[in-house]
Ligand binder design. Structure first.
Ligand code: HT7
Ligand code: ZN
Length: 880
């Protein structure tokens, strides 16, 4: 397979001003007629007499230029597209192609999901619909007519505004849509089905009425309310915070069951994976509610950051994804607890993105090459990309950042641009030099910061020395420093912030108590004066940059921070660092056959938190969760999964034993009997607290907790409590109660695909031995379907990513199981196959024996015939 390089980018040789599409949808296939107004691009570097269009798996029926059919020799069809030989400067190109949506299992282009037709065109799916210049810098005005059987497909949707509809012969009908905004073809969408619509309305800040319309299959009509209210909140937030109004008269959302990712921001017609948009309290958990709010917002925000201003090429993907994740994270923070949102995002970044950044697929936020672009919808592009935008926000401050985003949208509205254009707008609007900052876009790897500090009591001087390095895997090797915003504070012995005076002239009373330090050198010293007593430093507050800070704190300092830190994020982080340190030393002792003890200071700290009257419940609910096994693996140089698993369980069981009374009280105090479900963050925090307490107690085999869990399981009035009770039972040693709960749950919910997905993943993540056999059995169960990505994620993905003790079993069976399924899925759905293979590419963290077992499976995959570009790229880059 061919590698594509950013350095080879050239402007498109042709442009398409108008795109007129006509779809005839039938049970045997679909006919697509296109009429493209093409003209030579006056700005193109390359002049060519031939027009080369992209096209995959299309059957060409006819082709004409300016109304004259082309004959053989005037065009050539290849594996990758169509070449029209010797074209004029301006012309009308008409093509008719046949496609088979019913046979498409890769879920790209136009495909069928249950009884509906739908599309997924990002990144390069449009070329599976018709011959086209399938690249984001070709923006065109689209008119789309859809015809289909009226009984089977009463609803026919596309982008923009509906302009015409009518009946046709033989029980068919048509609807025509016009999108007034020029757009790249990756934002094209079509949906046809027997769908029901739930309607709402939004009045924009300028008083325009926008129809909001959600289309779902009839059985889901009571699962739309949350998505619609999240949409309205997003529309309002984007007006308030970014001054951005919606621009069409209608905004549509469609839910589909078979979808490769979470959702897609097609202009005016967002398509969602059902699991990311449908919810009602008795079927969806709190985390699903929050995920829906975030994804609905994310897709909506793309209307400006992605659609109105789009990417010049796919190397710029983070231009829209990083910025939009930053925007949706800020939205979620404003709607819920800011601290909790930050904790969740950083957790994901530090476990999964850091692992990606040190793995074989490591790449910069703006990659310089790829084989298959679908492989680059990564945590680096999305989450690290959002951190990079967040750092600009931190460096500029709220007001200048807004000036920068206003300038960006104004300057580039209707254009396809680069991450450099984004940074330039921020720089021009703020006057802040961001030249060095741009390094964040170009260099892969996670910078490491060493922190050294000294206190001179006599001089009342605190000296902080920061040094940075980056074990980069891609980018230049000259090790130039990054521009890192390092948020810093000093705490006195009562946990109060101390005024930070860097310059004697500063007026003491006005001195800030928190600073964003511009850390721009390889090594840099900062001095703080008039510090009367030895302080405790508060480092990288709020995780102000995506870096690793070498832990310099003693356990006592961490305890102090865990109990006293005023920055919520750092308070949580101190607890995580302390717990991780304790688990790591127990794991060491376990490996050396030494006696195992849990440091009593940790138990006392947790007791303190549980009895505290002042701590915020949302924060407490996060502090009660021990560092995950994935994070502990990420922290290790060479991870011993058995030792980590055992040590972590020992800490959890010790907390259960020593803090039983406090945990039971926590459970009772946070249980609401008979209250109506609410997804506000306080209610979510209380449910999370109570269910964590239950889980800790039941995992340790507590029989009082068993009674509580069984009662909660049968009497729960919402899915959060019902599934939490099931999880606690499934992870306990009470075998018969566990089996009975699983059977009851399935019998009750088997008609609801989203709940069945939860039922599957709860079983597949059970740490009990024998789970792999159970997983294999589940794959023969009526509830499983390998063609459905959600089911694949709930079973294979859940087992391989979240059941580490079983997946990494030294028999190697977990690795073989994953490879078998990657091979199977490679043929059906390459995007899903290549995402699934990730755990096999993380061998670096494990010992030689496990590495060899993983490598053997990677070699087995690579030797498969007809390996997709997607799987080939990930596997070949992972082989040593
Ligand atoms: N922009 C969307 C990306 C997406 C996608 C990419 C590749 C294959 C399938 C896909 N479905 C959606 C989603 C988003 O980030 O908003
Ligand atoms: Zn996105």
């Amino acid at each position: 397979p061919r590698t594509i390089f950013l350095k080879d980018y050239q402007k498109p040789p042709f442009l398409i001003d108008e795109t007129v599409l006509h779809f005839d949808l039938n049970e045997q296939g679909a006919t697509v007629k296109s009429r493209l107004s093409v003209r030579r691009n006056p700005e193109a570097e390359l002049t060519t007499s031939d027009l080369t269009l992209d096209g995959v798996d299309l059957e060409l029926v006819s082709i004409a230029i300016d109304g004259v059919a082309l004959s053989e020799g005037q065009y050539a069809v290849t594996e990758e597209g169509l070449k029209v030989i010797g074209v004029a400067d301006t012309f009308l190109l008409e093509c008719e192609t046949l496609i088979k949506p019913q046979e498409i299992t890769c879920l790209e282009g136009l495909y069928k999901s249950s009884s509906m037709f739908c599309t997924q065109c990002e990144a390069e799916g449009f070329r599976r619909i018709t011959y086209y210049l399938d690249r984001p810098d070709v923006m065109s005005r689209f008119t789309t007519t859809i015809t289909a059987d009226k009984t089977l497909y009463p609803v026919l949707l596309s982008n923009g505004n509906e302009v015409e509809r009518g009946d046709l012969e033989s029980g068919r009908h048509f609807v025509r849509w016009e999108d007034p905004f020029r757009k790249p073809c990756y934002l094209f969408a079509l949906v046809a089905g027997d769908l029901l619509n739930i309607d709402d309305q939004y009045v924009t800040a300028s008083g325009r009425k926008v129809s909001l319309r959600m289309f779902v299959e009839p059985q889901n009509k009571d699962k739309c309310e949350h998505a619609l209210s999240s949409l309205k909140a997003s529309m309002k937030w984007d007006e308030d915070v970014y001054g951005r109004e919606y621009d069409l008269d209608i905004f549509m959302i469609v839910a589909v069951d078979d979808f490769n990712m979470g959702a897609m921001e097609n202009k005016g017609l967002n398509i969602f994976n059902s699991s990311c948009v449908l919810a009602k309290p008795d079927t969806a958990t709190d985390s699903t509610y929050q995920r829906i709010e975030a994804i609905v917002a994310h897709e909506y925000f793309h209307n400006w950051s992605g659609n109105r201003v789009t990417c010049r090429d796919w190397f710029q993907l983070s231009l829209k994804e990083g910025f939009t994740v930053f925007r949706d994270a800020e939205f979620s923070a404003d709607m819920n607890s800011r601290t909790v949102k930050r904790i969740e995002d950083v957790n994901l970044l530090r476990t999964a993105q850091f692992a990606e950044d040190s793995g074989p697929m490591s790449h910069p936020v703006r990659p310089s090459s790829f084989i298959e672009i679908s492989n680059f919808y990564t945590l680096t592009i999305y989450e690290k990309g959002a951190e990079v935008v967040g750092m600009i926000h931190r460096l500029l401050g709220e007001e200048l950042f807004r000036k920068g985003s206003d300038l960006y949208f104004e300057r580039h509205d209707g254009q396809a641009v680069t991450t450099d254009d984004f940074v330039q707008a921020m720089q021009d609007a703020s006057g802040k030099d961001l030249t060095q900052f741009k390094r964040w876009y170009d260099i892969a790897g996670t910078p490491v910061i060493d922190v050294d500090y000294q206190y001179d009591e006599q001089a009342q001087l605190f000296t902080l020395t920061l040094s940075q390095s980056c074990p980069s895997t891609e980018g230049d090797a000259d090790e130039k420093p990054f521009h890192i915003p390092f948020t810093f504070a000093l705490l006195d012995s009562n946990g109060c912030n101390i005024p930070l005076i860097q310059n004697d002239d500063a007026v003491f009373a006005n001195a800030p108590t928190e600073l964003v330090l511009d850390f721009v050198e390889t090594e840099q010293t900062f001095k703080f004066q008039h510090i009367e007593k030895e302080p405790v430093p508060s480092l990288l507050r709020g995780f102000s940059a995506p870096v690793k800070v070498k832990n310099t704190f003693s356990r006592d300092q961490l305890l102090f921070l865990m109990m006293n830190e005023t920055d919520g994020f750092n308070r949580w982080d101190a607890g995580q660092r302390l717990s991780a340190d304790i688990i790591q030393s127990i794991a060491e002792d376990y490996m050396h056959g030494r006696a195992l003890n849990v440091d009593a200071r940790l138990v006392n700290a947790y007791r303190g938190l549980l009895v505290s009257k002042s701590i915020d419940k949302a924060l407490l609910s996060k502090m009660l969760m021990l560092p995950t096994e994935s994070y502990l693996i990420e922290l290790a140089d060479e991870a011993n999964i058995e030792a980590i698993h055992h040590a972590r369980n020992l800490v959890r069981d010790t907390l259960a034993e020593k803090l039983k009374i406090e945990l039971l009280r926590c459970y009772q105090e946070n249980t609401d009997v008979g209250a109506a479900y609410s997804a506000d963050f306080n209610s979510i925090a209380r449910r999370s607290l109570k269910n964590s307490a239950l889980n800790i107690l039941l995992s340790a085999g507590d029989s009082d907790a068993l009674v509580l869990a069984e009662k909660q399981f049968v009497s729960a009035t919402n899915m959060t409590d019902e599934s939490a009770a099931l999880i606690a039972l499934v992870n306990s040693d009470f075998v018969s109660q566990r089996e009975s709960a699983l059977n009851t749950f399935y019998a009750k919910w088997k008609a609801d695909p989203q709940v069945v997905e939860q039922w599957l993943s709860i079983q597949c993540t059970s740490a009990k031995s024998g789970t792999l056999e159970a997983v294999k059995r589940l794959m023969t169960h009526e509830a499983f379907d390998i063609k459905n990505p959600n089911k694949v994620r709930s079973v294979i993905g859940a087992f391989c990513n979240h059941n580490l003790i079983n997946f990494h079993n030294l028999s190697g069976e977990g690795y073989q199981f994953l490879a078998d399924n990657v091979i199977k899925l490679n043929k059906l759905n390459p995007q899903i196959a290549s995402r699934l293979v990730t755990p096999l590419t993380r061998g670096k963290k494990f010992n030689q024996e496990r590495q060899a077992l993983m490598q053997a499976q990677l070699h087995r995959i690579l030797s498969e015939e007809n390996l997709s570009k997607d799987v080939y790229e990930v596997v070949s880059k992972s082989i040593k």
